[in-house]
Every structure is written in C-alpha cells, then in structure tokens.
Design a binder for this molecule. Sequence first.
Ligand code: PRT
Ligand code: ZN
Length: 297
Amino acid sequence: MSPDRNRLHLAIQKSGRLSEDSLALLRGAGIRLSRGGKSSLSARADNFPLDLMLVRDDDIPTFVADGVCELGIVGQNVLEEYALGQPERRIKEVARLGFGRCSLKIAAPDVLTFFQLKMLEGQRIATSYPNLLRRFLESNGIRAEIVTMRGAVELAPRLGIARFICDLVSTGATLDANGLAAVADVFESEAVLVRSLKPLDAAHLEKADALMQRIDGVIATQESKYIVLNAPEDALGAISAILPGAEAPTVVPLVGRPGHVAVQAVCQESVFWETLERLKGAGASAILVMPIEKMML
Ligand code: PRT
Ligand code: ZN
C-alpha cells in the first residue's frame, strides 16, 4: 500500500486490547471510518483527511518513527521498549489517552515469602521487555541474566527457564493462575498518542494539529462536567474552593433573590456525590451536574 501524501496517516492496533478504545476515541473526535473487510490493513475516514493503518502494536513505533505514519496510538510499554533500543529519539508522546492501563512487574513463585531487590542478583528473569527490564536493573545496581521470550512469559518458572519473570499485569489473574506473585514495579503504562519527529510539511502539520486538538478535546470531556448551582453571594469563596478543577466560574445575579447568584463552571476533575454534599454544606442549592459533549480547549 503506498500512502496518499495528501492525507494524514495514523497507525493503530489492528486487533487486540487497544483496538476498540482507539476506534472509540476517533469516533468521539467525530471521525467517520469506512473500513474494508475484516482482514483489511487500512481504513479511510470519509469526513477528515485521515487514513488508518491497522497493524500489530509492536510495529507502530517503527511506522511512526520512520514517518510512514505521522501519528500512532500505542502503549507506553511498547513505545519505551522500542525507544530504548534506538540510537536517537524519532518519536514523541503527545497525549495520554487513559485506556490500556497496565504495569510491567517482576514476579516470583508465590512460595517466596520474603523479597528484596538484591535477591535478583545473578538470577535469570524471563521477559518480553528486555530493554525496560535492563534499565530497571541497572538503575538499581543489579546484575541479572535477562531471558527474552516473545510470549507465554508466565510459564517460564514452571518450565525451568527462569526463576523470575517480568511481565505486564492488569488484574493480576494471570499471575495468580500461574502461582506467581508480583514483587517489584518496573514501569507504569497506558495508551498514548505518538507523533513522528520527522518534520511535517505545512499541510500535514495543519491536519495533525487539528486531529490532536480534537483528541485533546475528547480526553478533556471524559472527566469534565458542567456544574450549575445557586448560592448566597457570601458563600462564593467557599463554593469556588470546593468546585474540582474549575477555573473562573461564571457568576450571574438571580432575578428576585437579592444576595443570591447562579454559579456555572466547567469542572475538569471527577465530580463525586461527596463533592455535591460539600457544596450543599457550604450553602449551594439546586445543584446540577451535566456531561459535556464536546470541548475545544
Ligand atoms: O497482535 P499484537 O502484537 O498487536 O497484540 P499483542 O498480543 O502484542 O498485544 P495485546 O493486545 O495483548 O496488548 C496491547 C497493549 O495493551 C499492550 O502493549 C499494553 O500496552 C496494553 N495492556 C493492558 C496489556 C494488558 N493490559 C495485559 N494485561 N497487554 C497485555 N496484557 C497481558 C499480559 O502480558 C499478561 O499475559 O495480559 C496478561 C495479564 O493480564 P491480567 O489481567 O491477568 O493481569
Ligand atoms: Zn504485540
């Protein structure tokens, strides 16, 4: 497939843990896709100059670093593992996307009742992330043998390949099922939007900026809420201090209720029931919390 140079190219995982959320993010950004068959390696947006490349997640950093795709969505674990193996940075993280969260952890057979990092000295550790693990061991002054495996790392101790493993964990169920327990955190990860550090021409830059701005807007609205409430004027200071992540609320007088105002604010952090109770305690009434559909920052 030869990329159309008039369009922007975004690499996402074809099929796996990041695929659905990546597509949902693009839908949220108003991108409408016409996808080929299930085996198709690309998809075309019909209302934005954007082509998607649907590839294995491990190939995404290379596609973006080489400039085949100007943008990509990938886990920080894959991004950083790739970058550590390169002589220079050719790819840059531009936004955290809030999905695909996991952590790279060292785990040991759960018969081990006591653990200290120095117990790794001279041991074999199986992993699919040799570069991240090497950096962790070096920064802790530990010399250990890294055994690189492409998958099924959790089987390594049982197969006698290595005593320890270093693998991604989300719920911990896989470790449990294999009689392993996490003993050290190596790297925290979530999906990120990445861009190529290859200079873009003006037309591509404009399209990339427009898409990144829409994506920023989607991320901002996920947590944000619009709050409207009534309050006595003298409680404004206390109420503003409680509103989570709100900058400069709008305050308007209430007709027929001297000394009372309506307050409107965008809260950029989660609004919990406890927050509403505190607002009420500070004098607020008629509190409304509304979702925000679109936001451009
Ligand atoms: O085919 P392709 O190469 O594209 O896919 P893949 O099989 O390499 O990747 P995939 O789809 O499994 O994961 C894609 C990305 O999702 C990873 O690079 C991470 O950024 C992120 N992610 C989030 C995870 C997990 N959570 C996760 N739990 N990736 C893998 N796992 C695996 C882990 O390796 C272990 O086998 O799930 C198991 C542990 O899960 P728990 O829930 O039992 O702890
Ligand atoms: Zn992969």
